[in-house]
Design a protein around this ligand. Structure first.
Ligand SMILES: Cc1cc2nc3c(=O)[nH]c(=O)nc-3n(C[C@H](O)[C@H](O)[C@H](O)COP(=O)(O)O)c2cc1C
Length: 225
């Protein structure tokens, strides 16, 4: 019996679970490798997912660089994530988990959002009243979060592992400069992606999200008036 669209969507939502994949820098050489055609197919799926995630709703045009959306997406494939992992671990002496996450993923998508009124000069020169300025920035952020979740669901539908991280070191202005990301943007999500075949790779360590089992429906109320 064929399933309804709602059942398929609900299953994708349920299947999205945080999958943190860590690889020690010293173990990078032992990682499983994939055929070039497989990598190309997965990369195309990541790009397709990002484009589809761009269908998320946004309330206000942000209009920076003539782009209406309040978000930006930056893709780092594994050659770039390996370089960033080594840069953080070997050059910067970072001993937190970011270098291991970078070494563990197949791709990293950095999603930033563009606050409009964080800059005091922008607040002062605007004709928009302060409360409305605050609402606009909240809604730029909310729209970007919708975009991130849509991306996670798209990647999940391709059977890829995902992890939405706040980014740790990757949020810092010096990392934005290193990566060429404008520093007026703020990182909302560092989405670590793992391709399906790589889930068999036991040179890596895997961890679930810390709140995986903390879910209920207690936050739903019906209002009858
Ligand atoms: C905005 C946001 C930031 C997050 N940042 C982190 C993070 O920095 N580190 C982390 O371990 N998990 C982070 N998470 C993932 C949550 O911990 C995870 O979703 C939660 O534990 C529930 O697990 P699940 O995704 O498997 O349902 C973040 C999630 C969101 C929405």
């Amino acid at each position: 019996m064929s399933r309804s669209t709602a059942e398929v969507v609900a299953e994708v939502i349920r299947n999205r679970k945080t999958k943190k994949v860590l690889c020690k820098i010293d173990d990078m050489a032992a990682r499983l490798s994939l055929a070039e055609e497989t990598i190309a197919r997965h990369r195309a799926a990541v790009v397709t997912s990002i484009k589809a995630a761009g269908g998320a709703p946004f309330h206000y045009r942000r209009d920076e660089d003539e782009i209406a959306e309040p978000w930006r997406a930056y893709i780092l494939w594994d050659d770039a994530t390996d370089k960033v992992a080594k840069y953080l671990y070997e050059d910067q002496g970072v001993t937190t988990k970011e270098p291991m996450l970078l070494a563990g993923c197949n791709a990293l998508v950095l999603i930033t959002w563009l606050p409009q009124f964080y800059d005091p000069a922008a607040r002062q020169s605007s004709s928009i009243d302060p409360e409305e300025q605050c609402i606009r920035d909240e809604e730029h952020l909310a729209a970007t979060a919708a975009m991130v979740q849509t991306l996670l669901l798209m990647l999940t539908s391709y059977n890829m592992g995902t992890y939405w991280s706040s980014g740790g070191r990757l949020r810092k202005p010096e990392m934005f400069e290193y990566l060429g990301i404008p520093t007026n943007q703020r990182l909302l999500a560092a989405v670590f992606v793992e391709y399906p075949e790589m889930m068999q790779d036991d040179s890596k360590q895997r961890k679930p999200g810390s709140h995986r089992d903390s879910r209920s429906n207690k936050w739903i109320s019906e209002i009858s008036i």
